[in-house]
Write a protein that binds this ligand. Structure first.
Ligand code: SF4
Length: 399
């Protein structure tokens, strides 16, 4: 068989939902023609979502950045301040955080992503206090937040096991983990960009533990900091192996490194083609992960639309607030009307979803599209006085 025929036969198998090996995935990632890869991934998506394959989803959410103080000093990060850098470091109070939650509810958001640095004083108790306060005030909000790195850190600060940390923050209100901190799981690239973070194996061990305790998660990947193609596929293999045992990863979300204001200084970046190939190979290789999310925040809106033809079934969120990736240079922002339009002009029917991917509303008639212009993304809004883009909002009272 020629190399071309052999690649096509692997593509055909994957498109029909068959499993491919990591070696085959690497061959496809490196050598399959871009459009053939996209066609196979799109076929695999249609097969998985037969009956609803015409729909692509989005969610309305808010990132709540509670502190930028961090002891971990990842080299790709433009967000953190070292604990001794008191001029740059900040921490939000509970009132400020609840105000942000209130706005999220007011604007139709369903999820908050609590995201911040590894603060040297924040153990399990800090998260218990904040999650229970959020749930008490806004029980309708889903807390989809943090990841294995934060669990490792808070457990160390509180001198408890990771299992106890997960049990306690789940009991306090955490619904699911956002899978933050995965970055790149293989040892070489992980050490190069995040030398003080736990190993990739430990990250997966904590996610597996969490799944076994009934707390599901999404999974992520940071592309473009100098990793090899083989290391990208190895990252996927490590996730697929855990998923075979737990089934707890709801989605896979690759995004691209942003080069500004960090120690890597834009040394390398993933190209748009590499990103599209990753979306497609993730759909084909991760046959046990239901949802593949395309990121328009880091790659741009047109590329976000293209991902829906390369295997993605979800276009992420109208992020009412984002400060982490935007600190490193991501400048794309959107709003509710635009994200609906992005999906529709990519030839899909848009649907707002929940954290667990149920459809809240399917926008099958443009005449009924929502028109609230306030539902828009605000990036680096830490600069906004009072932490709000909407001082005019009359907030819903607690409960
Ligand atoms: S990525 Fe997270 S853990 Fe790493 S330095 Fe930034 S805030 Fe800290």
């Amino acid at each position: 068989m020629t190399e071309k025929a052999s690649l096509q036969s692997v593509l055909d198998r994957a498109a029909e939902g068959g499993r491919i090996t990591a070696e085959e995935a690497l061959d496809l990632y490196r050598s399959a023609p871009l459009h053939a890869l996209g066609r196979a991934a799109d076929a695999a998506r249609k097969l998985r979502y037969a009956g609803t394959e015409h729909i692509a989803t989005y969610i309305i959410e808010r990132n709540i950045n509670y502190t930028n103080v961090c002891v971990t000093a990842c080299k790709f990060c433009a967000f953190y301040a070292a604990p001794k850098d008191t001029k740059k470091g900040w921490t939000r109070g509970l009132d400020d955080i609840l105000r942000r939650c209130a706005e999220t509810v007011e604007l139709g958001g369903t999820q908050v992503m609590f995201q911040g640095g590894h603060h040297p004083d924040f153990g399990v108790e800090y998260y218990e206090e904040h999650f229970s306060a959020i749930k008490k005030a806004y029980p309708q909000l889903v807390i989809h937040s943090l990841g294995a790195s934060e669990v490792e850190h808070m457990a160390r600060i509180s001198k408890v096991s990771a299992e106890e940390a997960i049990r306690r923050i789940h009991a306090a209100g955490l619904d699911s983990f956002a899978g933050a901190g995965a970055e790149l799981l293989p040892a070489r690239p992980r050490k190069a960009i995040a030398p003080l973070k736990e190993s990739g194996e430990r990250w997966l061990e904590i996610m597996e533990l969490s799944h076994n305790l009934g707390v599901e998660s999404t999974s992520t990947m940071l592309m473009g900091t100098g990793e090899t193609n083989a290391e990208r596929i190895e990252h996927l293999r490590m996730i697929r192996d855990v998923q075979d045992r737990t089934g707890g990863f709801r989605a896979f979300i690759p995004y691209t490194y942003q080069p500004e204001n960090n120690h890597l200084k834009g040394r390398t970046q993933a190209t748009i083609f590499e990103y599209l190939r990753m979306i497609a190979i993730a759909r084909l290789f991760l046959d046990n992960v239901a949802h593949i999310q395309g990121s328009w925040l880091t790659t741009g809106k047109e590329i976000g639309q293209l991902t829906l033809h390369y295997g993605a079934d979800d276009l992420g969120s109208v992020m009412l607030e984002e400060n982490v990736v935007s600190s490193a240079g991501a400048k794309h922002r959107s709003n509710l009307q635009e994200i609906i339009e992005m999906i529709r002009t990519a030839d899909r029917v848009p649907a707002q979803r929940t954290t667990t991917y149920e459809h809240i509303v399917v926008h099958d008639d443009p005449a009924n599209d929502p028109v609230d212009a306030r539902v828009a993304s605000h990036i680096s809004s830490i600069a906004i006085e009072g932490g709000t883009a909407h001082p005019e909002l009359k907030l819903l009272s607690s409960n």
